[in-house]
Design a protein around this ligand. Sequence first.
Ligand code: G1P
Ligand code: ZN
Length: 543
Amino acid sequence: MPTIVIPTSPFDGQRPGTSGLRKKVTVFQQTHYLENFVQALFDVLPDARGKTLVLGGDGRYYNRVAIQTILRMAAAKGYAQVLVGQSGILSTPAVSAVIRRHGASGGIVLSASHNPGGPDGDFGIKYNVANGGPAPEKVTEAVYARTQQIREIHICDSADLPLDTLGNYRIEGMQVSVIDSVADYAAVMRDLFDFDAIRKLLASSFRLRFDAMNAVGGPYAKALIEGELGAPVGTVVNAVPLEDFGGLHPDPNPVNAEDLIAHLFADDAPDMGAASDGDADRNMVVGRKFVVSPSDSLAVLAAHATLVPGYKSGLAGVARSMPTSTAVDRVAKSLGIACFETPTGWKFFGNLLDAGKATLCGEESYGTGSSHVREKDGLWAVLFWLNLIAVTGRSVESLVRGLWATHGRCVYSRHDYEAIPSERADALMRDLRAKLPTLAGTTVAGQSIAMADDFAYTDPVDGSVSRKQGIRIILVDGSRVVFRLSGTGTEGATLRIYLERHEPEPSRQDLPAQEALRPLIFLAETVAQVRAHTGMDQPSVMT
Ligand code: G1P
Ligand code: ZN
């Protein structure tokens, strides 16, 4: 099984986005498409002798094929060992946990997260570094540069390995260990949460419904929630990862997880609903007839963190992506801890977590996490909520209302305009950027603009600067509209408009968000001419 060298030539467009390289499965199926990208990565990484690589994915279509190829290429690169999840399964947070617990030099995650799967769906690949977190931009940019010059693929000419069985195998000098997909992750959770308290809660009349959306969260939730924590069988639904997610769009928000929402709004609703996405790093938490916004979820966890064993000595600080609501800023202020505002994407939290500047992080896009790994973590968030409910005796709704009573409500919504032709989306952003210098101090659509800019971030740890991270228009009363283009889509461009307004007055906190945000929606249309640019009358998705 010697290493063979296969000549190749570059593909356009292999630049990783917000979270790795994501393309249609059919794009990845082109001869050498995956190999080129993996080779570019291996060319950029230092010598692999003596090193361990972690490898796994969310089980979507093409996962198994890609894993066998990457194993053969890892052997050619000279890794001493690859730890691969059984049947090729590892959630994104599990990869992070395995890298950290085994001292691996990095890991490859095969996933397109919440994007649909199957032969006509999406596939993706991303690299995580030794701290367990997504590779920083300097690495992803170097990989991209390499994809543009690639000429050779180095691969071992070896047979497929039986990845459904735990055990050790060899490809040339490299050991392949097929590991239990859940064990390392479960150990991390056991260290953080009060499992006895959660066990008691789940043995009481409290009922939970966890929808794994036919994606990779299923095996983890089954093992922990139904297995170790004793919830009745059937608590976790859609628990078997399917290659096409059973046709579901495994993106936990009230639009895509409509079945879960229907259960939680029924008269015999369970006390809490939860869902995770394709690779199980996102989460949605729902109370009985009560939807929790991800920004509020982060703020609630921060406010009560010291009730959870893993965080009992307090939080060093918190961090949120810029478009995420300022609810957590208000909590941080009252706790007297720092709050960092970063660009969108989990990779920007890595340095803050490594430097001990932040303990909890979150994004409006249903992502929450902490320093326990270097990825967002869906099941972790659900266990955190269960732990809080168990020790406070309060419901999901009561915990959120408590936040609003103390800090006011940050009314929040995101409007997505999907599959816009890229030229149109670029023109919208270009026109908006051109207006920025003149907006501050003016009144548009009846609203006084205090400041308007294109968000730039200087990493407080390594000083690196990221520009053009979203256009923000901030009103005199602190309300905000943020515009940015998605970095994870695979069809045309997606425009995201984020809307936030602070409502201190309790009697107005129950207004439906779209109603409360109407003046901001009008402002967004007036400033950016969204309809004219996109040719769309309304957003494709509002969450
Ligand atoms: C989206 C979310 C972002 C998240 C990323 C990966 O990126 O908005 O918060 O980190 O997915 O899950 P976007 O498509 O907006 O670039
Ligand atoms: Zn995800």
